[in-house]
Design a protein around this ligand. Structure first.
Ligand code: ADP
Length: 484
C-alpha cells in the first residue's frame, strides 16, 4: 500500500494519542484488503487503560481549546480541511485498500468528509447565544452556548473517513476535544486524520485516535469514564441500544446514527429514467453498504415491469471488481458475514415467492464479491421488508395506491432516509409529510451533504449531524439570570 501513496508517511499504524504515536499494550491487529484478502497493515491494539489515558489528556487539552476564539479554532480547522483535500488521492487509496469501495467513491468520500471540517470551521465563529427579555423588571436573561467537554466517537467501517469528520468537525468547532475509536476494519483512514490534524496545528490532545480490536471494552470506558461528557455513535441499532443503556449510569449525552430501512417509492407519474438512475445511486452506492441506501423499492403497478427491465439493463453495464481499478462500479462486500446476509435475504424472498430476475449469487471473482441482484414479487412478509440487507440486492415490491404504499413504507421500527419519485405537486407534499423519516429525498437518490441535518427518527437514532443544527449536539446551553 505504501508504494501506492504519493506521501508514504500518511500510512500510520500506531495510535494517535495527544499528539504522540503510541504502540498498543495488546500488540497489534491486522487490517486486510477485502478485495484481495491480504494483510495491508498491523495497527496498534490499545487496551482500555490506554484509552483512559487518552481521555485524561483530552480532558486537559480541552480546557485551553475551549478558550480559543471561534476565529482561532476556525483557522486551524480550515488548515485541516485543506490538508485533507491536498492529500485527497492518498486518503482515497488508503480508504479503498482497507474498505473496498471503488476509488471514485473513495475520492468522493474524502471530499464529503472534508466538507464537514470546512463547514464547521466556518460555523465555529457563529455559535451564537441569545438574550431573552427578562421575566421581571430587574432581570436580564442571557443564554450561552458552551462546549460540552470531551466527546468520544465510535464509528463504523462503511464510511471510514466521513463518519469521523462529521463528528470531529462540529465537536472541535464547538470547543470540545474528541477521542475517536474507529472500526477495527478501517483504522488507517482514521489514523491519517490524526497525522493531518498534527500538521494542521490542532493542539495535542484535542483530537486523538484510539485504535483497538476490543470494541466493547472501549465502549465501556467511554460510557463509564466521568471525563467523557458526550458520546457520538454511528452504527447498528443493536449496538446503539447497548451504548444507550451503558450511558444511562453517567447520564451521558448521546447522539446516535443507527440503522435504516429506507423505502424508495416510484409512483406511476414519475420520470422513470430518473427514478432508475436514482435507484442505482441510492441502492448500489458503496455496494448497498450505507445506512441511507434504499432497502425496499416500491414500484406502482403500472410501471413495475418497465422499471425492473430498465434497472436490469443499467446494472448489466456496471463492472464488479477491485476498487483500485478505475472502471470498477461495485467493489467487494466488507466480509463473509455481509455476503451471508445478502444470501439470506435472497433465499428468504425466493422461498416465499420472490423471483430473482438479475444476478442472485456470488460473483465468479470469488472472495466477498457478489453480483448486483434484482428480486421481483417481494412482499411485506419477507425478511428484507423488516431488516437492512446492507448489500447489493434490490427487492421490488408492487403497490396500487398512495395510502397503501405510505402504510407499507412506514411499517418499520426504523426512520432514517426515504425516497420517492413523483411529479404531481400535491402528491409530493402529501407523501413527503406522511413519511415517518428524518430524511426524505424527492426525485433524487442522493441526499447527503454537510449543509443539511442528517439523522433519523424512531429507532434510527437521536440527534442530527451536519448543518448549523449539528453543532448543538456538542454544546450545552447555559442560562444566566442577571439581577440589575
Ligand atoms: P456495523 O454493522 O456497521 O459494523 P456495528 O454497530 O456492529 O455496525 O458497529 C459499529 C461500530 O461499533 C464499530 O466500530 C464496532 O466495532 C463498534 N462496536 C460494536 N459493538 C460495540 C460495543 N458493544 N461497544 C462499543 N462499540 C461497539
Amino acid at each position: 500500500l505504501k508504494s501506492l501513496l504519493n506521501d508514504p508517511s500518511l500510512l500510520c499504524e500506531k495510535a494517535y494519542v495527544a499528539g504522540e504515536w503510541v504502540t498498543g499494550d495488546n500488540g497489534t491487529f491486522e487490517v486486510t484488503n477485502p478485495a484481495r484478502g491480504d494483510v495491508i497493515a498491523n495497527v496498534a491494539d490499545l487496551s482500555r487503560a490506554q484509552v483512559a489515558v487518552a481521555i485524561d489528556k483530552a480532558h486537559a487539552a480541552q480546557k485551553d481549546w475551549a478558550k480559543w476564539t471561534g476565529k482561532e479554532r476556525a483557522a486551524v480547522l480550515r488548515r485541516w480541511f485543506d490538508l485533507m483535500m491536498e492529500n485527497q488521492e492518498d486518503l482515497a487509496r488508503i480508504l479503498t485498500a482497507e474498505m473496498g469501495k471503488p476509488l471514485a467513491e473513495s475520492r468522493g468520500e474524502i471530499a464529503y468528509g472534508a466538507s464537514f471540517v470546512e463547514f464547521f470551521a466556518e460555523e465555529a465563529k457563529r455559535i451564537y447565544g441569545d438574550m431573552i427579555p427578562g421575566h421581571q423588571r430587574d432581570k436580564r436573561i442571557m443564554v450561552l452556548k458552551q462546549p460540552i467537554g470531551v466527546a468520544a466517537s465510535i464509528t463504523p467501517w462503511n464510511f471510514p473517513n466521513a463518519m469521523i469528520t462529521r463528528k470531529a468537525g462540529p465537536a472541535l468547532a464547538a470547543g470540545c476535544a474528541m477521542v475517536a475509536r474507529p472500526a477495527k476494519e478501517t483504522p488507517l483512514s482514521a489514523l491519517v486524520l490524526g497525522e493531518l490534524a498534527k500538521r494542521a496545528g490542532i493542539p495535542d490532545g484535542v483530537f486523538s485516535v484510539v485504535t483497538s480490536s476490543r470494541a466493547s471494552d472501549i465502549g465501556k470506558e467511554f460510557c463509564e469514564n466521568p471525563k467523557i461528557r458526550k458520546l457520538t455513535f454511528t452504527g447498528s441499532t443493536d449496538v446503539g441500544r447497548i451504548l444507550l443503556k451503558q450511558a444511562a449510569d453517567q447520564v451521558l449525552k448521546c447522539s446516535m446514527e443507527l440503522g435504516g430501512n429506507a423505502p424508495f417509492i416510484v409512483f406511476d407519474d414519475a420520470d422513470l429514467d430518473a427514478a432508475v438512475d436514482g435507484a442505482i445511486m441510492c441502492k448500489f452506492r458503496n455496494n448497498g453498504q450505507t445506512c441511507v441506501c434504499a432497502n425496499r423499492i416500491y414500484v406502482q403497478a403500472g410501471v413495475y415491469d418497465e422499471f425492473a427491465a430498465k434497472l436490469a439493463a443499467k446494472l448489466a453495464e456496471m463492472k464488479v471488481g477491485d476498487g483500485l481499478e478505475e472502471d470498477t462500479a461495485f467493489g467487494p462486500l466488507i466480509n463473509d458475514g455481509a455476503v451471508e446476509k445478502v444470501r439470506e435475504h435472497i433465499d428468504d424472498a425466493v422461498s416465499k415467492g420472490g423471483e430473482v430476475v438479475f444476478g442472485g449469487s456470488q460473483h465468479n471473482l470469488g472472495g466477498t464479491f457478489f453480483q448486483p441482484t434484482i428480486v421481483k414479487n417481494v412482499t411485506q412478509q419477507m425478511a428484507v421488508a423488516q431488516e437492512e440487507t446492507f448489500g447489493p440486492m434490490a427487492p421490488l415490491f408492487k403497490f396500487e395506491d398512495e395510502d397503501e404504499v405510505i402504510a407499507m413504507a412506514n411499517d418499520t421500527i426504523f426512520g432514517l432516509a426515504s425516497y420517492f419519485y413523483a411529479k404531481d405537486l400535491s402528491r409530493v407534499y402529501k407523501v413527503a409529510e406522511a413519511l415517518e423519516y428524518g430524511i426524505v429525498g424527492v426525485n433524487t437518490g442522493i441526499i447527503s451533504t454537510e449543509v443539511a441535518p442528517f439523522g433519523g427518527v424512531k429507532q434510527s437514532g437521536l440527534g442530527r449531524e451536519g448543518s448549523h443544527y449539528g453543532i448543538d449536539e456538542f454544546c450545552e446551553l447555559k442560562y444566566v439570570c442577571l439581577s440589575v
